[in-house]
Design a protein around this ligand. Structure first.
Ligand code: NAP
Length: 266
């Protein structure tokens, strides 16, 4: 059986650790190297599970790709580093699977061009949980009939970017389906900056950051005499792993960048 060789950037992070457990539990996948800002030459298993597994941490991504064989790079790092990691992976002939959020539309366009240059695919998914993908899909359907909508996303307080990638992607999908409109009273008066949230094409997005949350989102639609609320809760980071696993297995078959897990499910 040919195994898919996987490297992980952000391996010591909350998502990275789940990804490593998932890779180690799937015989079709083989972990070959991990990237961490500080650790270099240290055994990954020893650090994360108190059990040596012979796989090393590298503190430089180019050095990692020079030393280990890899088909895929899974990246769960930060909005400041992910684009550089993905670009270097593509240059080394390695397909990126990106879960890190905070990439701008310009970043996505640049990565798309790089995929074309290197004739290789990449997956960028702001949310790898199937329930969240369904929530986004249902939200786009509902917006056709109920165009007044606000998004409230709730995340743990260590999250760096706002609004969340999921909220932005939801807003983008809704915009493709709803009639263009600016919501609320035209003479609305804001007493405290930010109280109405961020404005995306006339709809509002609110970001809550609190300890205790993992990743949650409500999409609330308002109509005459009624409201409709769609809600998704990731209560454990394991919720993202089937999606990451699928992306690792599919990315090698792609020749372009895809944005959103839904494109692998259909
Ligand atoms: P986290 O716990 O802070 O982990 C981030 C990891 O990246 C840390 O280990 C950090 O190392 C490392 N890192 C930072 N800068 C680096 C660099 N220059 N080179 C290599 N590694 C570096 O964050 P998390 O909760 O795992 O989330 C990571 C990302 O995934 C975020 O963007 C989050 O929004 C996203 N996310 C996506 C999904 C999805 O389904 N797509 C789901 C959940 C989260 P240090 O500890 O040394 O800083």
């Amino acid at each position: 059986m040919t195994q898919i060789k996987v490297t992980v950037a952000g391996a010591k992070g909350k998502m990275g650790q789940e990804v490593i457990k998932m890779i180690e539990s799937d015989q079709k996948l083989l972990l070959t190297g991990c990237l961490d800002r500080t650790l270099d030459g240290v055994d990954v298993g020893d650090t994360l599970f108190n059990k040596r597994n012979g796989i090393l941490f590298y503190n430089n991504i180019e050095k990692m790709f020079q030393h280990v064989e890899a088909d895929v790079l899974v990246d769960f790092t930060t909005p400041f580093t992910v684009k550089q990691h993905a670009s270097i992976a593509l240059r080394f002939g390695i397909s990126p699977v990106i879960g890190t959020t905070g990439l701008t539309e310009e970043d996505l366009t640049d990565l798309d061009k790089l995929c074309e240059t290197y004739n290789r695919g990449a997956v960028v998914a702001p949310n790898f949980a199937i329930g969240a993908v369904l929530m986004m899909k249902f939200a786009a359907q509902a917006a056709k009939y109920l165009p007044d909508v606000e998004i409230i996303e709730m995340h743990h307080d260590q999250k760096l970017d706002s609004p969340s990638g999921t909220a932005l992607k939801t807003a983008q999908l809704i915009t493709q389906e709803r009639v263009k409109k600016t919501q609320g009273h035209p003479n609305e008066s804001v007493q405290l900056d930010g109280s109405r949230g961020a404005n995306y094409e006339g709809m509002r997005i609110h970001s809550v950051r609190l300890p205790g949350y993992v990743a949650h989102q409500q999409v609330i639609f308002g109509g005459i005499g009624q409201t409709l609320t769609l809600r998704h809760d990731s209560i454990h980071r394991q919720s993202f792993m089937p999606g990451v696993n699928l992306a690792i297995k599919e990315v090698g078959k792609l020749k372009q960048l895809i944005y959103g897990l839904e494109h692998l499910l259909e």
